[in-house]
Ligand binder design. Structure first.
Ligand code: SAM
Length: 330
């Protein structure tokens, strides 16, 4: 069964933020008070975020409607305890065909084995610099060596293809675009360049440091020629094969070239809100309904309402968003 929205898009993908806490404070993602959320508000936050049982119920309801793919994200998903238990629960839903996680990789090394045994299929790792001092600066203190130890271990456990998300930032890490292309050429990691989104409270800073996907692609082409790869099921990234090595790179251009017509997703925030679109503040409370013990029909009704509210495209007004990506789940 396919779940279709008003514009005939198949909605088969749920992105679930399981926490808005993060162990990094990336310059373009977090500002001011948000930086403290992981240490200061922990006891409050845990009172209101969805439990794994509640998330499971929502995924089960979604699966009954046609959701086939699930991605766990955050905040940083691996700061939440026992994520593998949630993976195992979701993996048990027969019609969920793909379960993946987006992580900054810092806690991957110690978690990979449990995640893989629980049934995790793949991992996306966010790495904005290969140079330790620049990585530290962008993430406000992250340790790139720990990330790579996690990445190697994920590869050993077959959580592949490993996709690396890199956000080029003018004046900070854009000098490394070519290095990331070489990494794609020399390894089996797929590098996805993501346009810096002028989102929420960081809108102005991000706008000043924005580089378009077209500019990034021009830089990539100085290293290797690009041949488009067409997938049967289009996603948000446009992928290209490099003419050197086995490399694949992708471009995600939410700002300069919206991919709304291929949008196949619903988002669930850690606090139990369903978001039809990342770039709109519209959200529907599903957590309260699940908590009062609603049956599958009632939960599915809310998911259908959210699908029905998916708009044909966002209007590029990303700056009006009041939340940061770490709250919604990037
Ligand atoms: N902590 C995890 C991680 O680092 O992958 C998952 C959450 S993070 C919000 C998910 C992705 O969103 C990361 O790849 C991050 O680079 C990206 N992101 C966050 N804010 C962004 C922005 N303003 N523009 C573009 N990408 C952004």
């Amino acid at each position: 069964m396919n779940l279709l929205d008003k514009y005939n898009r198949i909605i088969d993908y749920m992105r679930i933020s399981i926490t808005d806490r993060c162990n990094l404070g990336c310059l373009y993602c977090k500002v001011g008070a948000e930086l403290q959320t992981h240490s200061e508000k922990s006891s409050n936050t845990s009172n209101v975020i969805l439990s794994y049982d509640e998330i499971y119920k929502i995924v089960l309801a979604g699966a009954g409607l046609g959701v086939r793919k699930v991605r766990i994200t955050g905040g940083e998903p691996l700061v939440r305890k026992d994520v593998y238990k949630l993976i195992e629960m979701i993996k048990g839903i027969e019609t969920i065909k793909d379960i993946s996680i987006t992580t900054n990789g810092l806690l991957l090394e110690e978690n990979v084995e449990k995640l893989a045994c629980a049934g995790l299929d793949r991992v996306n790792i966010s790495i904005d610099s290969l140079k330790s001092p620049i990585y530290k600066e962008i993430t406000r203190g992250g340790d790139i060596d720990a990330v790579f130890r996690g990445l190697y271990r994920a590869a050993q456990f077959g959580l592949t293809p490993i996709k690396i998300n890199m956000v080029p930032i003018k004046g900070l890490n854009d000098c490394e675009i070519e290095d990331f292309v070489r990494l794609a050429m020399d390894t089996s990691y797929q590098i996805r360049f993501i346009e810096l989104m002028p989102y929420g409270r960081n809108a102005q800073w991000n706008n000043e440091h924005f580089i378009s996907a077209a500019e990034i692609a021009a830089r990539v082409e100085k290293v290797a020629a690009l041949t488009p790869i067409r997938f049967k099921v289009p996603g948000v990234a446009r992928y290209y094969r490099l003419n050197k090595g086995n490399g694949i790179v992708g471009f995600i251009s939410p700002v300069s070239n919206h991919f709304c017509m291929t949008c196949n997703r619903l988002r669930l925030t850690s606090k139990g809100m369903i978001r039809p679109c990342l770039f709109s503040d519209a959200e529907i409370d599903i957590g309260t309904v699940v908590r009062r013990g609603a049956g599958m029909d009632e939960i599915q009704e809310i998911l259908l309402k959210a699908v029905n509210e998916k708009s044909v495209g966002h209007r590029g007004n990303l700056e009006t968003g009041t939340n940061s990506m770490s709250e919604i789940g990037g």
